[in-house]
Design a protein around this ligand. Structure first.
Ligand SMILES: [Zn+2]
Ligand SMILES: [Zn+2]
Length: 271
């Protein structure tokens, strides 16, 4: 029973090359029980060329139409990846209030309106300062809004880091990690492990490409049980990529399964 709970489709995410039908074909070929389409919803993105917004009613209708689970295909969960900024609480509340979603992921892609994907000078203050600042921003997001279920890719900023060892370690920002974990646990929300961070490192030939186990150990120590797992696929080849490796990693750390949200309620699906 494996689910890929973070993917992007080409009709609703400008940076995706993955048609929803291909997503479902790949999911079926991989034997997945289901996939969540979690297209980018990014109000007030600083650069209008990369803004990504869509009509929510049209989106949900398209996903309902694409779903072939009644005919025995993998289940298509309806989700969104919301691009958080500190002033966007009302937009996220409004999105959540429309209903019809299985899962809402909220992600921090920017610090002070700068996305590291486009602007590498963001790393100038150094590793601990930058990783700490991103994590602190996620803690603010968790405090500011209850309108989402999953904290997306905590390690996004590490993907484009200029230093030799990119992987975000617990030791880089222990206080900020602890704060995030406490906020997740007290509100019953899930930490996401996003395999795209890992397989990017894998493709660069890095040997320690899986997340820092100290991060997950500490999460568990503070009562964390809910871990969501997604490939962040934007193309057919990466659907479901490295889910088995991450699942084995989590199982080895004593987690009981993977958190999957159905109708915005978490269910732990055993490995
Ligand atoms: Zn993202
Ligand atoms: Zn994503």
């Amino acid at each position: 029973m494996r689910f890929d709970t973070h993917t992007h489709t080409d009709r609703f995410s400008a940076d995706s090359k993955l048609p929803v039908d291909v997503l479902l074909d790949r999911a079926a070929a991989l034997g997945l029980a289901g996939v969540a389409a979690t297209d980018h919803y990014e109000p007030d993105y600083p650069d209008p060329r990369y803004a990504n917004l869509f009509d929510v009613g049209e989106y949900l209708a398209a996903l309902r139409e694409a779903d072939r689970s009644a005919a025995g295909g993998p289940r298509l969960l309806r989700g969104v990846e919301f691009g958080w900024q500190d002033h966007l609480g009302p937009e996220l509340d409004a999105l959540a209030a429309t209903g019809g979603f299985d899962v809402l992921i909220s992600s921090v892609h920017m610090l002070e309106r700068v996305d590291p994907y486009f602007t590498r000078t963001i790393y100038d203050p150094g590793r601990k300062a930058v990783y700490g600042a991103f994590l602190a921003s996620m803690a603010r997001m968790l405090r500011a809004s209850r309108s989402f279920d999953v904290l997306g890719h905590y390690d996004y900023v590490s993907r484009y880091a200029p230093w030799p060892s990119k992987r975000m370690a617990y030791a880089d920002a222990p206080d900020e990690f602890d704060e995030i974990f406490r906020l997740l646990v007290e509100s019953g929300r899930a930490l996401e492990l996003n395999t795209r961070t890992g397989y990017r490192l894998l493709d660069e030939g890095v040997s320690d490409w899986l997340p820092d186990p100290a991060v997950l150990r500490r999460y568990r120590e503070l009562g964390g049980e809910l871990v969501a797992l997604g490939s962040d696929a934007h193309q057919a080849e990466t659907v479901g990529r490295c889910l088995p490796e991450y699942a084995a990693f989590l199982e080895g750390l004593g987690f009981p399964g993977i958190a999957v949200f159905f109708g915005r309620k978490a269910q732990v699906v055993p490995f």
